[in-house]
Design a protein around this ligand. Sequence first.
Ligand code: PLP
Length: 432
Amino acid sequence: MTKICFLKEISKHCLLFLQQKRDMELIKDITEVRSLFPALSQSVNGKPLVYFDNGATAQKPDCVIELVNKMNSGINGNIHRAVHELSARTTELYEASRESIRCFINAGSREEVVFTSGTTASINLVANSFSQTFLKKGDAVLLTEGEHHSNIVPWQMACERHGAKLRVLPVDENGCWKMEFLESLLADGKVKIASVSHISNVLGVVNPVEELIEACHRFNIPVLIDGAQGIIHSSVDVKKLDCEFYVFSGHKLYGPTGIGVLYGKKEYLQKMVPWMGGGDMVGTVTFEKTTYADLPLKFEAGTPNFIGAAGFGEAIGFLAKIDKNFMKKHEEVLVAKMLEGLASIDNLRLYGISDRKISLFSFNVENVHPTDIAMLMDKMGIALRSGMMCAEPLMSRYGVSGMLRASLSVYNTVEEIDYFITSLKRVLKMLS
Ligand SMILES: *Cc1c(COP(=O)(O)O)cnc(C)c1O
């Protein structure tokens, strides 16, 4: 009951995002932030956990865990279906979450916010539904060299079905898009959609998406932004960006797994046919013909992850309580500290260099296998990612079979970076 009341306050949170007022009691203290995440106080391999794998998934704050537990242990009834009380409550939580996400990204209406199971599902939805109407033989889809497999494979599959081809905007040595190639890739009118990452999960630099969107629009090409990382490290306003689609996952933004969002401009979502059929996405059904439900339900076939969706709404509410300036400054401090630390290590190559760097660092040390480093660091309590990071074409671009990645979040500290750098130096000595 109390939690539902809390979620009813979510429209207040919405306002908060737009204008975090000075007299509101916002959290701006790293110790307080950390205290809200129970996972951070555990030990791993006998050492205090240093969780530097936030690019893969983030830890969850108390409020999200509590809401999910409460729903699993009682506030549980299928949404949009029954007249009974539990169904009414879950429906309210589900739709309140949609509303808070709408505010969070400044979408124009709830019809433009579709729940999916994550970034991957959102891209597959667009790759299927958009392509069915808009992609023909001889057409092309524009990607960049820095994309996650989730933003390559669904398009490749769509191209195979429709006789279209992929076109790829290359990245330079520093991992920045080679914008000088863009115009020539678009000029012949064959590209029907561009699908690009706001921030690559490997390179950790903010891409010039505004410029790309503007160029694509000059050729009437719609743009999908893979915001799986972008939503965490920048404030996203889909109206200002003016992209046609923006997609992201709950679990990287302090929410539960198995929930994600597809934002789409209404004019496009209306023209697209659903790619999954089932309950809740229909108007009327006969064996001769089915009509579809209005947006956004048209794209939400079957029982959705309503508990995950509500938990995601709660995560958004949590974010609204953290001081935006604190978050921005804190990340700047972490980035500077990490760059300084990495620069002090011999033969280390950092991938992704730009003044628009976020707290995500992929690198290699000459003649040392990244997985060996990651395994030894794990023994010291430090969680890192190693390998191809779902971006094999980017690995090929740099001529490597893998990288090591440290990706930080709002709850990481300068002390953890110190410990990370000291430990890395120790590990490299052990391996040399
Ligand atoms: C994590 C990630 C994805 C895939 O997200 P899922 O939650 O696994 O569906 C896609 N693109 C980028 C840039 C990512 O970081």
